[in-house]
Every structure is written in structure tokens, then in C-alpha cells.
Design a protein around this ligand. Structure first.
Ligand code: SIN
Ligand code: CO
Length: 379
């Protein structure tokens, strides 16, 4: 299926099972590595016990002590690790297969490990997800029915449905992938030892976008006008907030100053902002521009540090580059270099050959390298 067909017929619309989406897929992570990550401070991990906790469907947050793995039951639990693409370069590269969706919409890759019958329970997510079976088999049941609050199991920390009627049933094998738009009920149960990679997307809440934009206007001192009422008329009750005042307030809200430049600068910055704790460190071995180019041209591969998000906006008069929430306004002549930088996670000097003839492009790459947003595979 072409990417165009997928976008037109399935994206945000209906589920799609893609058999052998990644033929011969070999999981880059093994179970021991996943257990190791669950014990690390700074990595978000969760353990869901369907039966053997204090309540049914008990949720525990990591980091965990190594000793818990020896005590876990034989079945009916799932270990989830968030953002594994940040720690495993092969998984960051897997995201290249999802280039048909803009980078800024991609959130993370999560991995789930379950022994036989392990599950996180039937639930819905507010985000699109591609569920790639990485090891073993999993049975997925889905339903497009509406979910009501009363359908959720009460008294637990998870939003799990007490019942649902499956409309479709699939058994996914290694390399198979299931796409689900937001709001589709899904229930995956491991048919043996199983690893699933979830490529998850981000869709900011509209309310959060509005408050964030208003905060930006306030911080940039762009919202400076004050309420005015030169046509104030005498009112019978001074204690009353009049309909005319409310109307004026409505007009202020409706006329929020949204100009194209502010919108672009604010949005690029918020969607590339790093999560707290994800700041990259400046390279302790900073390179001169010449030394940098020499290493690049000698064949070293340059990678994006996955703690830093990259995005750009090409305008007629300038190219806006956003890296980890910071805007750099560049000349429109640098558009091709900035596109390449933001489109790809991995860079070879051969693809940059013509672009490296422009000193500004080289200086940009070298600066981002020295700031820690890019690294060479040999670093
Ligand atoms: C799983 O991997 O079993 C859970 C992923 C999900 O439901 O989003
Ligand atoms: Co889900």
C-alpha cells in the first residue's frame, strides 16, 4: 500500500493490520536488556500485574529492583518501557520507516514484554499507534464501539474496560504490525513470551495549545493591550457585570493576536522542547569547523542525539530551525541543508557533498555537533 493510500483511507480513520510489515524483523532488544532498563533511574517503566498484585490489574512504576524479576509469576503480567528509541539507536532508525508522518507528530517507541497471557487489559488510547510484534505472538482483539465511563473498572490506577465485544481478532507474529487510530478499544494478549514495540504519536490537547500560545505571547510581551470602554454607558446597577462588558471581553478573546510569525516561532519551539531531564550536554571534545568536516568527509556517520527534537519551517525570507526548543533563524539559502538536517536522523557526507561547499551549512552542523545535538558513530 502506498503512503498516500494509507493517509487517505486509514490514518486517524480506521485500523489496519499489516502482515509482514517488517519481514525478518529481529528485535534489537532482548528480554534481559528490557529488564535492565526497568531498573534504571531516569527511564520510565511500568509493570502491570493482572492477577498477582494486591488488586486485579495492579500498576507499579519503576525503577525496579533487580530482585523483582525472580519473584514474578509465570504468566499474566506486562513490563512496559517508554521512549526506548532514545537509548537504542536501531530503534531510532526504525522511526525512519514512519517518514510518511511528520516527525513532530511522532512521540516515542515503547516496548512491552509479557510472558504467556500477559496483557495490559482492554483499553483505548487518545493517540494513534503502530503495534509492531517484535518477538513471539500476540492476539489482538479490537472494537470501534464508543466507550462510556461506566465501562471502566473502578478502584484501579489504569483505565481498563470491564467488558467489550471484539469486532475483530488477529494473531500477530514477528514483523506483523497493527495500526490503530485514537479511540479504538484494543486488547492484546501474549500467546507465549512476547515483545511488542508501540510507535506512538503525539496530538496535543487543543486546550494545552491555547494556554501555551497565550503564555508565549505574555512571555514575549506581545499581549500588551488593555481592556478599554470609551463608550461606557451609565448602568442602573453598578454591582452588575453588564452584557456589554461581557461582549467586549468576548471580542478580546476572539481577536487574540495570532500572527503568522509568532505562531511559527511558538509552535516550532514547543513541539521540539525536550522533556525535563533530557537536556544534551555540550561535547567535551569540541571540534573546530575544519576538524569536524575532516571527520565527516572521511566517512564517519553523523547521528541525531535522540534527546533533541529537530524541526524546521521554511519561509520565503528565512528558514526557521528548531532544535530542542531553541529557534535559530537562518537565511533562506540554507533551506536545503536545514531540510536534510531535520528530515533524517542519520547523515553521510556523500548526501551532504554539495551542501558542504557552503561555509554556513558546515558551521551549523559543527555548532550542533559541539552542542551535543549531533554525534559521530565513533564518538
Ligand atoms: C502492549 O504492548 O501490549 C500494549 C500496547 C498498547 O496497548 O498500546
Ligand atoms: Co494501547
Amino acid at each position: 500500500m502506498s503512503a498516500e493510500t494509507f493517509l487517505a483511507e486509514y490514518w486517524q480513520k480506521k485500523p489496519l493490520l499489516i502482515k509482514a510489515a517488517f519481514p525478518d524483523f529481529k528485535t534489537p532488544l532482548c528480554v534481559d536488556e528490557i529488564a535492565g532498563m526497568a531498573c534504571e533511574e531516569g527511564i520510565e517503566s511500568r509493570l502491570i500485574l493482572e492477577r498477582d498484585g494486591d488488586t486485579k490489574w495492579q500498576l507499579n512504576h519503576g525503577p525496579f529492583d533487580q530482585s523483582i524479576f525472580a519473584e514474578l509469576p509465570q504468566s499474566h503480567w506486562t513490563l512496559l518501557i517508554q521512549e526506548v528509541h532514545k537509548y537504542v539507536p536501531e530503534l531510532a532508525q526504525l522511526l525512519e520507516s514512519f517518514r510518511f508522518i511528520p516527525n513532530w507528530r511522532i512521540d516515542d517507541i515503547m516496548v512491552s514484554y509479557s510472558p504467556v497471557d500477559g496483557s495490559v487489559g482492554p483499553h483505548v488510547d487518545q493517540y494513534d499507534v503502530f503495534l509492531l510484534q517484535g518477538l513471539g505472538r500476540k492476539r489482538w482483539q479490537i472494537s470501534t464501539a464508543e466507550v462510556c465511563d461506566g465501562d471502566l473498572i473502578s478502584g484501579i490506577d489504569l483505565q481498563i474496560l470491564s467488558h467489550f465485544e471484539a469486532e475483530q481478532n488477529w494473531e500477530l507474529e514477528e514483523g506483523d504490525m497493527l495500526y490503530l487510530p485514537p479511540g479504538v478499544i484494543h486488547h492484546g494478549v501474549a500467546l507465549g513470551e512476547s515483545l511488542t514495540y508501540s510507535v506512538g504519536f503525539r496530538a496535543p490537547a487543543e486546550f494545552d495549545l491555547m494556554t501555551s500560545f497565550i503564555d508565549y505571547l505574555a512571555e514575549e510581551s506581545l499581549a500588551v493591550k488593555h481592556y478599554r470602554d470609551p463608550d461606557l454607558s451609565l448602568q442602573q446597577h453598578p454591582g452588575e457585570i453588564s452584557a456589554a462588558s461581557l461582549q467586549r471581553v468576548r471580542e478580546i478573546i476572539n481577536s487574540m493576536p495570532v500572527n503568522d510569525d509568532d505562531l511559527a516561532c511558538w509552535f516550532g519551539q514547543v513541539v521540539t522542547e525536550s522533556k525535563s531531564g533530557d537536556r544534551v550536554e555540550s561535547n567535551s571534545k569540541a571540534l573546530s569547523v575544519d576538524a569536524f568536516v575532516e571527520r565527516f568527509q572521511q566517512g564517519e556517520t553523523l547521528f541525531r542525539c535522540e534527546l533533541s527534537r529537530f524541526a524546521c519551517i521554511a519561509q520565503d525570507s528565512a528558514t526557521l530551525l528548531f532544535v530542542a526548543g531553541t529557534l535559530t533563524t537562518l537565511s533562506s539559502k540554507m533551506k536545503a541543508a536545514v531540510y536534510l538536517l531535520c528530515d533524517q536522523r542519520m547523515h553521510l557526507a556523500t548526501e551532504w557533498a554539495a551542501l558542504l561547499e557552503t561555509p554556513d551549512n558546515v558551521a551549523l552542523l559543527c555548532r550542533l555537533y559541539n552542542e551535543g545535538h549531533l554525534y559521530f558513530d565513533n564518538d
